[in-house]
Design a protein around this ligand. Structure first.
Ligand SMILES: C=CC1=C(C)c2cc3[nH]c(cc4nc(cc5[nH]c(cc1n2)c(C)c5CCC(=O)O)C(CCC(=O)O)=C4C)c(C)c3C=C
Ligand code: FES
Ligand SMILES: [Fe+2]
Length: 365
């Protein structure tokens, strides 16, 4: 079971490499033919600022710790609820930090997979909602390393047989886990104020160029939000807003920071921020929300729901998603077979052909 995510620097010394890989990723930030020169330059300029942010949240990102914990715990549960596919082994593959995809692949070889011995692996995205800039980028990277290390053919003899869990935005266990964390935070308000607390779901924004290309992420994030609200009985007013835009281009709004500022200015000072598109803490929760948005709001009523991190309900949900996937025998979801309406990337096309296998021949656009 390979958990795919973006990763983060575990120490401030790793920030430079992390940003350099991130700005070199043409699936995330397309910079043209000179990407491999310009990307690292931009990264170098940005490093001191981001280093300071990681330093302020305790010296690094907790994402590796949480991912390794979540993957290991999930496999323990999976061994019990899906004995016919046991044992399950946990792996982590990050896009921009250690352990990188190639490191994970080498570990698979070392553990007796591939190299003529075959074996089955599941690429399990840890982004609940699919975006070509996140899960798509990780799949393109996995496809690249699989081609380099095992050849291009899907059914190559003795190669690892891959299948993909590419999205799970409304899995009932995920929704339950979010709902419980929100309810926990709602309880901290005096009863008389509780029903008027605004629930402000916040997700990482996307450049409008990506939205207009047809990326499914905004719709899938909205689906998660609606399912959570349904689960808590629409007990409070709510909005979805978008955070962490970078650079001068147009991004999907409304921005989280403006939203909080405006509501507080208008006297609505009871707000719960809910990070809805990431499964563990990172600078966007610990720095941007806690140390910037909430601190600057200057109101004791502005709070944040905890991140999923070690939530048992959440990890149980991961195991259920994996079990259903293993039982289905599917290579990936139907959605992965369709490209964004505006996609012109050869990488996306080849990656989809690979992961869909023979299924892909008829449905790829
Ligand atoms: C679902 C989550 C995310 C989406 C979608 C996403 C898209 C996206 N991001 C950038 C550019 C940057 N993102 C950066 C950091 C960062 N991004 C996410 C998540 C998503 N990004 C996280 C969780 C983090 C922080 C990692 C951590 O440990 O906290 C950065 C680097 C930080 C900075 O320089 O400000 C950049 C740059 C784009 C362009 C994009 C969609 C195309
Ligand atoms: S950008 Fe979405 S499929 Fe290529
Ligand atoms: Fe990002």
């Amino acid at each position: 079971m390979v958990f795919m995510n973006m990763g983060g620097p575990s120490t401030t010394d790793e920030v430079g490499d992390f940003l350099s890989r991130l700005f070199s990723d043409a699936d995330l930030i397309p910079l043209g033919r000179l990407q491999s020169y310009i990307g690292p330059l931009i990264a170098r300029r940005r490093t001191p600022k981001i280093q300071k942010q990681y330093s302020d949240i305790g010296g690094g990102s907790p994402i590796r710790k949480w991912s390794e914990h979540q993957a290991a715990e999930m496999c323990t549960i999976l061994d019990k609820i899906s004995p016919q596919t046991a044992p399950h082994k946990p792996y982590v593959a990050f896009r921009y930090a250690d352990p990188l995809t190639e490191e994970m692949y080498q570990r698979l070889f070392d553990d007796g997979f591939g190299n003529g011995k075959g074996g089955r692996a599941v690429a399990f995205t840890q982004y609940p909602q699919y975006s070509c800039s996140t899960t798509g980028s990780s799949l393109n990277e996995l496809w690249k390393w699989r081609s380099r290390l095992e050849g291009k053919a899907t059914d190559q003899a003795g190669a690892i047989q891959w299948s993909v869990i590419d999205r799970w935005p409304v899995h009932p266990g995920l929704i339950e886990a979010f709902a419980q964390l929100i309810e926990e935070q709602l309880k901290t308000y005096p009863e008389a104020r509780r029903k008027d607390v605004i629930i402000l779901f916040s997700a990482h924004s996307l450049p409008m160029s990506v939205v207009n290309r047809g990326d499914t992420y905004p719709a899938e994030v909205a689906a998660t939000v609606y399912a959570v609200m349904q689960r808590i009985g629409f007990s409070n007013p709510y909005r979805l807003c978008w955070q962490s835009q970078v650079g001068p281009s147009a991004w999907l709004g409304a921005q989280t920071s403006d939203t909080v500022e405006n509501y507080v200015k208008k006297g609505r000072k009871d707000l719960i921020l809910v990070p809805i598109a990431f499964t563990s803490d990172h600078i966007e929760t610990l720095y941007e929300l806690d140390l910037e948005v909430i601190h600057e709001a200057g109101s004791e009523g502005v709070k944040r729901a905890a991140s999923l991190n070690g939530s048992h309900v959440f990890i149980q949900a991961l195991a259920d998603i994996a079990k259903t996937h293993l039982e289905s025998g599917e290579k990936c979801s139907m959605q992965l077979g369709l490209r964004c309406q505006g996609c012109t990337s050869e990488r996306c096309l080849e990656q989809k052909k690979f992961f869909l296998g023979k299924q892909g021949d008829s449905i790829i656009l």
